[in-house]
Design a binder for this molecule. Structure first.
Ligand code: NDP
Length: 495
């Protein structure tokens, strides 16, 4: 019998008020994996009210208890990891090697890391006035709306959930509609772990309806959103009338710079993995390569060779490196960009044609595609494609590479590949991005901050910095002198 997925409201696993479901489709073969609840604004209203009702008690719960619950949740996730791996894969096509080696390991680690981190965090004490004790305290926002994408379904959801909870907020979560299954299972584990009713609420349904109902609900105090930049802008406009804070992790169009004298083996391996891991559906994947003339020919030929060895196929096969894109529309979008690049005069050095293998041809598969590019202004070099499609340009100097890398409305991350660390450090300082690597691209662990600039958003996920996204800093001044501060020359003569 099909698994009965339920939303979580007020501590109860339940169905939407009006009923209704939506299908989750496996992008590898277009079969229906599950039907999940399709909520409406009425369910969002119930979820927000239940989060509001739980907010005061949760805020006043000893942080050690909140941490213990997060650790209990981590243990339950670990117990269920063998079920979660294929489920994550079936809903959006990430190969099992990726879900096992990254997602399902990251999630409990993140929960435990944040649980400990929250307990260690402090405020400031400030020597502002010898007659006063001045400090800052941290206060939760109250009810936080968490809206997450599909490319790392459980990782992104938990990267928001854990810091929100440890800082004393209650939450209403909405996962992406194409990949909500593991987040709905998380709802069951939250009940099993013993979180008080209403602290975590999970609803599913279309972003334009359910997502917007969360953003516009007057009972929500903050939104934390990860997704496309255009959706981020829409959410910001909806939040503006209430001046509600929005944390936004948005798209990327990331550059990889390879300089003369770089360790070519490392650069080729790093480029191939970072560009094509998860079928290029990583906000941090490099999709623009700027390669210096002295290393260009060798890099290109070895990059093509390495990318052509990527095994593309059934994502449930342990040896598969690249599965399908998340759904058929993503494939159509990628093919449109490929056609646009060809029209702009770019030559596909690898891929660039739909797969001919009958299995791949039926699903949302796009083969690794590398274009040689001569103009940084073309769509291929400026727009986020979110697919295994990249452009490579030859550059004369490191400075030119940085200039081209910065010529983007995005600013998420970039990397420089060089053995000259002094030069590399100088270039990192010039890159207008949130994360900059030397001889690395796509290294993400709970301890390191993640987030961009410009139209990539401004929020930080992970690391100690993430806690600031989930609390107000309140300035407290305790005055101990007999009379208060005034800015007048003379004292008022009091009666
Ligand atoms: P989307 O922006 O399409 O969706 C993200 C979430 O927002 C989903 O839950 C979606 O619901 C919801 N949503 C959609 N429209 C609205 C709306 N009008 N109001 C409120 N919520 C809405 O992104 P994708 O899921 O396609 O994910 C890919 C994008 O995410 C890429 O641009 C990628 O770069 C970015 N991303 C950024 C990261 C970063 O750290 N900077 C990390 C990971 C991804 P529904 O699914 O129902 O449409």
């Amino acid at each position: 019998m099909a698994y009965d997925y339920k939303i979580l409201i007020g501590g109860k696993l339940t169905k939407p008020v009006k009923g209704g479901t939506m299908d989750v489709v496996n992008p590898a073969d277009n079969t229906v994996v599950a039907a999940v609840p399709r909520c409406t604004a009425e369910d969002v209203d119930l979820a927000v009210k239940s989060a509001r009702a739980a907010a005061r008690q949760w805020k006043n719960t000893y942080i050690g208890e909140r941490a213990e619950l997060l650790c209990r949740l981590a243990a339950i996730v670990r117990e269920h990891s063998e079920e979660l791996v294929p489920l994550e894969t079936a809903q959006y096509g990430g190969p099992v090697s990726k879900t096992r080696n990254f997602d399902i390991k990251f999630v409990p680690g993140e929960l435990e890391f944040i649980a400990g981190l929250g307990r260690a965090v402090t405020g400031l004490t400030i020597s502002a006035d010898p007659n006063a004790r001045v400090m800052t305290t941290r206060e939760p926002f109250g009810v936080v709306g968490l809206i997450s994408p599909w490319n790392f379904p459980l990782v992104t959801a938990v990267s928001k959930l854990a810091p929100a909870l440890i800082m004393g907020n209650t939450v209403v979560m909405k996962p992406a509609s194409c990949a909500p299954l593991t987040v709905l299972r998380l709802g069951e584990y939250i009940v099993e772990a013993g979180f008080p009713a209403g602290v975590v609420n999970i609803v599913t349904g279309p972003g334009e309806k359910v997502g917007e109902a969360i953003v516009t609900h007057p009972g929500v105090d903050k939104i934390n959103f990860t997704g496309d930049s255009s959706v981020g802008k829409r959410i910001l406009s909806l939040a503006a009338p209430r001046v509600m804070p929005v944390a936004a992790e948005l798209g990327g169009k990331n550059a990889m710079i390879v300089l003369n004298g770089a360790n070519i083996d490392a650069a080729v391996e790093g480029a191939t993995h970072a560009a094509f891991f998860n079928s290029g559906q990583n906000c941090g994947s490099p999709s623009r390569f700027y390669v210096q003339e002295g290393i260009y020919d060798e890099f290109i030929s070895r990059f093509i060779k390495a990318a052509s060895k990527i095994t593309v196929g059934d994502p449930t096969d342990e040896r598969t490196m690249m599965g399908p894109l998340a759904y058929m529309k993503c494939r159509e979008t990628a093919e449109r960009f490929i056609a646009g690049a060809k029209k702009a005069g770019c030559r596909a050095l690898l891929g660039g044609e739909p797969p001919t293998d009958p299995y791949l041809a039926r699903g949302a598969f796009v083969l690794p595609t590398i274009f040689e590019v001569f103009d940084n202004k073309i769509e291929l070099m400026q727009e986020e494609i979110f697919a295994p499609v990249v452009g490579v340009m030859k550059v004369d100097t490191p400075e030119q590479a940085v200039e081209l890398a910065n010529d983007s409305r995005y600013g998420l991350c970039a990397s420089v590949w060089t053995e000259d660390y002094r030069l590399g450090m100088k270039l990192l300082d010039e890159l207008d991005v949130g994360t900059a690597w030397i001889n690395q691209h796509l290294a993400i662990v709970p301890e390191t901050p993640w987030g961009g600039r410009k139209e990539s958003g401004w929020t930080k996920e992970n690391s100690v910095l993430v806690l600031d996204e989930y609390c107000w800093h309140k300035h407290i001044w305790i005055h101990m002198a007999e009379t208060p501060h005034t800015f007048w020359e003379d004292k008022i003569k009091l009666d």
